[in-house]
Design a protein around this ligand. Structure first.
Ligand code: DQA
Length: 147
């Protein structure tokens, strides 16, 4: 089973970006932890980060051939991107949406997500641990679909 971890804009700055909101762990550390967890669970994990919407859309399209599921932190595209929503709808790849911060306790423009209503699960406000919870939830979802 091949899964993907997609991180959207500005998440490459984790570790130095607004540490009071996002903590001090880098994206590299998160990707390493998740790859280890995926391996423990016997699945392979591809990681990608992009600040460009079309790169994320193209990546999801290419996933049609080999991705069983996606864990995605869309960053600010959460609140703006009909294009990423349509890519996920169009490919029908199951996905879990994750946010490090509790977006519902922040500015109102962060309360709306273009992805949440079509996600198989959502993890919000659990800090970077949310990536691990999200991966476990995704593996569980994909295994249930296969049954
Ligand atoms: C975020 C929340 C978004 O509102 C924000 O634009 C981000 C990060 C989070 O992980 O909490 O870039 O997705």
């Amino acid at each position: 089973m091949k899964l993907a971890l997609i991180n959207g804009p500005n998440l490459n700055l984790l570790g130095m970006r607004e540490p009071e909101t996002y903590g001090s762990t880098t994206l590299g550390d998160i990707e390493q932890t998740l790859t280890g967890l995926a391996n423990e669970k016997g699945v392979s994990l591809e990681t990608i980060q992009s600040n460009a919407e079309h790169v994320i859309v193209d990546y999801i399209h290419n996933g049609i051939t080999d991705l069983s599921g996606i864990l995605i932190n869309p960053g600010a595209f959460t609140h703006t991107s009909v294009a990423i929503r349509d890519a996920l709808l169009g490919t029908n790849i199951p996905f879990v949406e994750i946010h490090i911060s509790n977006v519902y306790a922040r500015e109102t423009f962060r309360h709306h997500s273009y992805l949440s209503d079509i996600a198989s699960g959502i993890i919000v406000g659990c800090g970077i641990k949310g990536y691990e919870y999200g991966l476990l939830a995704l593996i569980n979802t994909v295994n249930n679909i296969k049954k």
